[in-house]
Design a binder for this molecule. Sequence first.
Ligand code: PLP
Length: 387
Amino acid sequence: MTNVLPIYPRSNLQFTHGKGCYLYDVKGNQYLDFGSGIAVNSLGYSHPYLNSNLRNQSEKIWHVSNAYQIPEQERLASRLCNISFADYAYFCNSGTEAVEASIKIARRYFRKVLDSKSKNEIISFKGSFHGRTLGALAAGGPEKIELFNTEINGFKFVDFCDYKKIEESVNDNTAAILIEPLQGEAGIKEAPLEFLTYLRSFSNEKNILLIFDEVQCGMGRTGKMFAHQWSNVEPDIMTIAKALGNGFPLGACLTSKKVGKVMDFGSHGSTFGGNPLACTVGNSVLDIMLEKDFFDNVNLISKELSEGLEEIKKLFPKVIESIRGRGLMLGIRCYVDSAKFVEKARLNKLLTVKASDNVVRLLPPLILESKECKEALGKIRATCEMY
Ligand code: PLP
């Protein structure tokens, strides 16, 4: 019997520590981690620079209320805005809270700018996952919210990247379109770049805001800082979290000036969001990701990984159907049961993550090196051989 609410189907594995791309269990076994705490530990475990900055900050001040000046937060906001479309950053503790903020901001925008009480509908995509508060859950689909005897109005769902359905769903009450440029939980499904371009021009034409949820695909995961930066479009609002804190709870909702300026004093806030400890870690993550060669290395290693996976697919056509995704956010769509594949890979000391659509997600740390990439490919091949 555990006193923890039984909401997680946990394996029996218990890790005591980690180093780089590896985790070590209580029995001393070494696991190569291609899950990164679900796209969180992008700079791996026990990173000396992050550890030392966190330790130093912890000796000075952990938390101070948002009622006071927080220079670490100012600096992180300014750096995130410098590397993106944004002019404002709101800090919180999770992806869900970032999404919740994005919904509030989009709805508030039309309330303030058009004095409209009805332009509040958000269109999102089937299969998407935006988090677990009631609002963020509602943005993930009616079947999810209905389980809690809850109805939340103002959300519509269309098939992922279906141009015609989007046009049919938009009306005068549409406030925003919310999309993950690369869907994670749905099974690594990427929106074609031309679809993002279309969404931008369609949103401009209809006076709708465009929200990109980059909680999973952002912060370097696809080989650029933000996944939508592979296209030439920019959103009005973007949510990030996960790798922003490399394991320290930290999320952010970024907005353009036009949109963010409707959020006046008291319209939103957080007790912990953006405290000195969290923002010190966020700034340290950026220090590393903004180093000159960081993304060149991510792109090189992701090429090696996806080419190796394609080779394995050819060798095991009855196990692997296709390889998809971008950068180090890759999916193996299986013919065999993907949950079983994850279990078998674990026996080979490789940690992966299951996703919908019978997909095994590979989300290794972005600091992956060629030696570890080869080791992972060997383990994936060994897993295929178990069938
Ligand atoms: N949005 C996306 C795209 C996600 O993948 C997730 C989590 O997996 C969330 C939002 C929710 O983030 P969190 O679990 O940090 O609340």
